[in-house]
Design a protein around this ligand. Structure first.
Ligand SMILES: Nc1ncnc2c1ncn2[C@@H]1O[C@H](COP(=O)(O)OP(=O)(O)OP(=O)(O)O)[C@@H](O)[C@H]1O
Length: 250
């Protein structure tokens, strides 16, 4: 009998707890999250505002440290490492798209996209650069500076920058927030291709059930815990799961 090999684990978290502040102002953003995302998977994290989505992504991407628990990228543990090593792992193996695009205003779009690879001293694969830029519709915008681009174009430059080094894990916080529906659909299809064809592990936070419908797996977060784990859900499945966990309003 042929056994299916279990998918290789890429991003893993054990008993993640994240609290901010202390004493009377203490807020618990994550309450013991366990997570295992396979290489080449595309996962969407959804949930009400304040449910802990950004906190979870920041801990998984090594941008913030959990209060307790462990985070792994492949076989390497991120938790407990000195800042210098975390910075190296992030630079070499992780791409991150922030809600605020964090583009450098004095550089052109093309230079912004190439910057992380340049800083890491890596040569950029021209074919891959062209594929990313074309899929994101940025070919005729490469010489523009961020101030000369629309919000959606700046968002796409930030996404191209995160993808250009072909990192094994890509984390995107609301990547379609500033995009019209056609450009959003193009981007989501491209992220899915990155997962399926390049084996990259893609994790995205989104408020949009349609965007979540592009993912293989949707995790619903509520009050700092994963309350649903949906396998290839439709947009309606995501909407239903979100409705179940809407915060009760008076
Ligand atoms: N730096 C911080 N200091 C104090 N509290 C914080 C901080 N960051 C987040 N929180 C709190 O932690 C909880 C989870 O926040 P988080 O940003 O992770 O939620 P989210 O699901 O991403 O929200 P949104 O969808 O509104 O972006 C919230 O109650 C928030 O107020």
């Amino acid at each position: 009998m042929i056994m299916n090999t279990p998918a290789r684990s890429s991003v893993r978290a054990e008993k993640l707890i994240k609290t901010y502040g202390s004493g009377r102002t203490e807020v618990t953003a994550l309450r013991g999250v366990d997570l295992d995302l396979a290489s080449g998977s595309f996962t969407a994290i959804v949930g009400p505002s304040g449910s802990g989505k950004s906190s979870l992504m920041h801990c998984l991407a090594g941008l913030d440290r959990p209060s307790s628990g462990r985070v792994f990228l492949g076989d390497e543990e991120l938790t407990g490492r000195p800042d210098r090593e975390l910075t190296r792992i992030r630079r070499d193996r992780i791409g991150f798209v922030f809600q605020s695009f964090n583009l450098l205003p004095t550089l052109t779009a093309g230079e912004n996209i190439a910057l992380p690879a340049d800083l890491a001293g890596r040569t950029i694969d021209r074919d891959w650069f062209d594929a990313v830029v074309t899929s994101l519709g940025l070919t005729d915008r490469l010489r523009h500076r961020p101030s000369e681009l629309s919000g959606g174009q700046q968002q796409r430059v930030a996404i191209a920058r995160a993808l250009i080094g072909r990192p094994e894990a890509v984390f995107a916080d609301e990547p379609t927030g500033a995009l019209d529906s056609r450009t959003a659909a193009q981007l989501l299809s491209f992220l899915r291709t990155c997962a399926q064809e390049s084996g990259q592990t893609v994790v995205m936070v989104t408020h949009d059930p349609i965007a979540a419908g592009y993912a293989d797996r949707v995790l619903v977060l509520a009050d700092g815990a994963v309350v649903r784990d949906l396998d290839r859900p439709t947009t309606d499945d995501v909407l239903d799961a979100l409705r179940e966990h809407e915060p009760v309003t008076a």
